[in-house]
Design a protein around this ligand. Structure first.
Ligand code: SF4
Length: 380
């Protein structure tokens, strides 16, 4: 299985906590679009022989593109790459730009999953973090998404936000579960240096919930989702049975993916070697190099076998189902339980890891202290 990620680096306005590569300036949309199409065409022959099972258009806010562009992107992707007929094709959207026109365009082009950014159902919290939509806009967007023909819908929500309480986080989860959305991603806020929010918190203008409050929020929220029938299948992701995100599962399985667009990352087996690289994050370089017929690739790294094994463990243990021992053995020729025997034994004794005949996975305690668990594998 392999995936394609396509990055759209434009947003109507920058959220206060955001450090993604996205710009609230559309002056370069046209030249970016041309460059992105030419990047796809350059990869077409290089990717021959590879079948892709998922496509994910992310950002940024893909739905801010000019009308017709999302459809043109997906049409070109299907022309350039061997995309399976039953591929999962996701597009991210924000409530204010999930218009009937854009949603219809996506459906026509074969998209079958929509990921909507809500973050919070509390209007005051949304304003504090710099979102430009209201909770009501989200309700309208869900309704429009369903009317367009999407049933596989994700809501992105956050916890640990300034001004957020456990109750307001639970209200957010109540809103999305009442809507019976089949997938929910709930990420804890990471305060990134250089963002306006980082500056406001550093100056004491904005207060964040304490780590204990965030942990309590998370426990209450995750228990609530469990009670509603959502399975926590990854540290921050919850789904009704059959609605797990295939694109992200491939990523956590340390599978192959091709990143297209500004700052997008790729992991591919090239000439037998596990290889990672990423595109430049500078728009002018991206456009210029593609215009000159070059791929704007940076930091190509050939990953040694031992590192590839560790990556596979590190990513695989994010999933609550953990790592299938047979899959690992098929890829590396060794059983992970034998290969990492000292770490596995120590973590089992600490109650952080469980091993069955089929798989190894972190316990709830292990998931809470995932970094500590991974250090044991890394130290080996
Ligand atoms: S919508 Fe998403 S990508 Fe755009 S500024 Fe906000 S957080 Fe960043």
């Amino acid at each position: 299985m392999a995936g394609i990620y396509i990055h759209i680096p434009f947003c109507k306005r920058k959220c206060r906590y955001c450090d993604f590569v996205s710009f609230p300036d559309f002056a370069h949309e046209d030249i970016y679009f041309v460059a992105l199409i030419s990047e796809m065409r350059r990869y077409a022959s290089l990717m021959r022989g590879r079948r892709f099972d998922t496509v994910f258009i992310g950002g940024g806010t893909p739905t801010v593109l000019k009308p017709g562009r999302l459809k043109a992107l997906l049409t070109e992707a299907k022309r350039c790459f061997d995309i399976a007929g039953d591929a999962e094709i996701t597009c991210e959207a924000n409530p204010e730009s999930a218009s009937d026109e854009k949603l219809g365009e996506l459906i026509e082009a074969g998209a079958n999953r929509l990921s909507l950014g809500l973050q919070s159902a509390d209007a005051a919290v949304l304003e504090t973090i710099g979102r430009i939509h209201t909770p009501d806009d989200f309700l309208k967007a869900v309704s429009a998404t369903r009317s367009a023909g999407f049933s596989n819908i994700n809501a992105d929500v956050m916890h640990g936000l300034p001004g957020q309480t456990a109750e307001s986080y639970l209200d957010t989860l109540r809103l999305v579960t009442d809507l019976e959305l089949p997938h929910i991603s709930s990420y804890s806020l990471i305060l990134e240096e250089g963002t306006p929010m980082f500056g406001a918190v550093s100056k004491g203008e904005l207060a964040l919930p304490s780590p204990d409050e965030v942990a309590d929020m998370e426990d209450a929220g995750f228990e609530f989702l469990d009670g509603k029938g959502y399975e926590r299948y990854e540290i921050s992701n919850f789904a009704m049975p059959g609605f797990e995100c295939r694109h992200n599962l491939n990523y956590w399985d340390n599978g192959e993916y091709l990143g297209l667009g500004l700052n997008s990352h790729s992991a591919l087996r090239l000439k037998g070697e596990w290889t990672r690289f990423h595109n430049t994050e500078r728009l002018n370089e991206y456009v210029k190099e593609l215009g000159e017929g070059k791929l704007p690739v940076r930091d190509t790294q050939k990953i040694e076998r031992g590192e590839e094994m560790f990556e596979t463990v590190m990513l695989g243990l994010r999933k609550t189902a953990g790592i299938l021992r047979a899959d690992f053995e098929r890829r590396f020729g060794v059983d992970p339980v034998e290969h990492y025997a000292p770490a596995v034994t120590e973590l089992e004794l600490d109650g952080m890891l469980e091993v069955t005949e089929e798989r190894l996975f972190l316990t709830k305690h292990g998931l809470d202290f995932q970094n500590e668990a991974l250090i044991k594998f890394m130290e080996q």
